[in-house]
Design a protein around this ligand. Structure first.
Ligand code: C2O
Ligand code: CU
Ligand code: CU
Length: 498
């Protein structure tokens, strides 16, 4: 068994050597094994001025006693974020970002996380339904040199999740330095079989982060203005100026906003339509045709872009929503002032035909609202409900399986979003109106319009624990570090709730 097929077996979900070959990180790609060459322009040099999109490798794993174990090491590195400059960064088992973890619903997974950094960090599995003591929030710090071994059974539908640091007060800095990676869940239901699914070929991770670089290439980490770490250098999978060769007439992009503060208003350079097929928690009920899509920090979207031979297209972030979208964007219609090129999709001279996107994707049940417990959370720009995060204070105690409706108000005139750990929620309304289709699937992070509100329906299932809390917070990382965060417990019936 060659190295590629062994990697494929280890990864468990990799079907072909071509696919495995695409998992090599970095601009240089190893030749596929004999007879597997893809041919065409995808093997040639890229367009001038661009570098090939690094595709994070699928993490290897080993199965011991029925548990699929992954290894991650948070460690310092040196990355080439912009051509010709070396930037000291942090990454998971690589210089910047991290490998893509991938597992199936029903599988028991474990991750050996080693902290090779000079200070404590933590690793949170954003979007994962798992016991609070393995959630990787501020209560599970990993000291330098220490190893943390969370383990859980994947119990949720196929989705694009991610992992990132969540240490108390330093989440922004650690993430900005490059600590972020994807965790893909597959569920084997076949619901998404019509979608492009060859990882690194027609199913591409697109992790977007912005940086501010000093002239010597080092990261500018000054955050004096209190606005958070935000910079003009927007990276895709860790580099600027990324292109990817496209070999099929449809590509699926799994886009993650891993920026600390920046909101993106995504679209194609010619303003043409793309299909959104999944949001944070998995597939939507049906594809949604969009020209623009807003993503606030922490949110994910899977989109399918149609391609034609000889017609490159570019994924961009636009300065403001299209006029028709005014008031619905994350900024509530306020201009986002800047425009960025995120990824050049560069098609071969001939494209393989990919199946059309199915007209129905997932069965999304109506939100459970009967007999729901109601809670209100006011984001005032500094705190939630006037109380800054206190690791020794529990802000809410939910009873397992009892539906809850959370009204989240943004009492500030700036963008905030709201993220809930553990179970995904459904958006009941945004400023009193039913959610647009792109927000109508399972979500874990949602934009709360300036001086506006959202109502969320959530049911916390399983994993009761009267000791270990989960978090809810604004995912603009400077804000969460500053205290726009609270804690909740999930308890058994009979345990005092509140
Ligand atoms: Cu992505 Cu509490 O975080
Ligand atoms: Cu989270
Ligand atoms: Cu905020």
């Amino acid at each position: 068994m060659g190295v590629w097929s062994r990697r494929a077996v280890l990864a468990g979900l990799v079907a072909s050597p071509v696919l495995a070959a695409a998992c090599v990180s970095g601009a240089v790609r190893k030749a596929p094994p004999d007879g597997e060459s893809q041919g065409g322009a995808s093997d040639g040099p890229g367009p001038a001025g661009y570098r090939r999109l690094p595709v994070p490798p699928l993490a290897e794993s080993r199965t011991e006693n029925g548990v699929r174990w992954f290894d991650l090491e948070a460690r310092p590195g040196i990355a080439s974020i912009v051509p010709g400059k070396s930037t000291p960064t942090w990454g998971y088992s690589q210089d910047i970002l991290g490998p893509t973890l991938r597992a199936r619903t029903g599988e028991t997974v474990g991750v050996q996380v080693r902290n090779g950094l000079p200070e404590a960090t933590s690793v949170h599995w954003h979007g994962m339904h798992l016991p609070a003591r393995f959630d990787g929030g501020p209560h599970q710090p990993i000291e330098p040199g220490a190893v943390w071994e969370p383990s859980w059974t994947v119990a949720q539908p196929a989705a694009t999740l991610w992992y990132h640091p969540h240490p108390h007060g330093t989440t922004q800095l650690h993430t900005y330095r490059g600590l972020a990676g994807l965790f893909l869940v597959d569920d084997g239901t076949g619901a998404d079989t019509g979608l492009p699914h060859e990882y690194g070929v027609d199913d591409l991770p697109v992790i977007v982060q912005d940086k501010k670089l000093n002239t010597d290439g080092t990261l500018d980490e000054r955050d004096d203005a209190g606005t958070g770490l935000i910079g003009p250098t927007v990276t895709t999978n860790g580099i600027t100026g990324a292109y990817v060769p496209v070999t099929t007439d449809r590509v699926r992009l799994r886009i993650l906003n891993a920026s600390t503060m920046r909101v993106y208003e995504l679209g194609l350079d010619d303003n043409s339509e793309f299909e959104m097929v999944a949001s944070d928690g998995g597939l939507l009920a049906a594809p949604v045709r969009l020209r623009r899509l807003a993503l606030t920090p922490g949110e994910r979207a899977e989109i399918v872009v149609a391609m034609q031979a000889g017609r490159p297209r570019t994924l961009r972030s636009f300065p403001a929503p299209l006029p028709a979208r005014k008031g619905r964007g994350p900024s509530g219609g306020a201009a986002l002032s800047e425009e960025f090129e995120l990824l050049l999709l560069n098609p071969d001279a001939e494209l393989r035909t990919a199946p059309a996107t199915p007209s129905k994707l997932a069965a999304i049940p109506p939100p459970v609202t009967a007999a729901a417990v109601a809670r209100t959370f006011a984001l005032d720009g500094n705190t939630i409900n006037g109380r800054p995060m206190d690791m020794n204070r529990i802000d809410a105690t939910a009873t397992v399986d009892v539906p809850e409706i959370w009204t989240v108000r943004n009492t500030h005139n700036r963008v905030h979003n709201f993220h809930v750990h553990d179970n995904h929620f459904q958006v009941l309304d945004v400023n009193g109106s039913p959610p647009p289709p792109e927000l109508a699937g399972w979500k874990d992070t949602v934009s709360v319009p300036p001086s506006g509100s959202v109502r969320l329906a959530v049911v916390f299932r399983d994993y009761t624990d009267p000791q270990s809390p989960y978090m809810f917070h604004c995912h603009l990382m400077r804000h969460e570090d500053d205290g726009m965060m609270g804690q909740f417990l999930v308890v058994e019936p009979g345990h005092p709730a509140g």
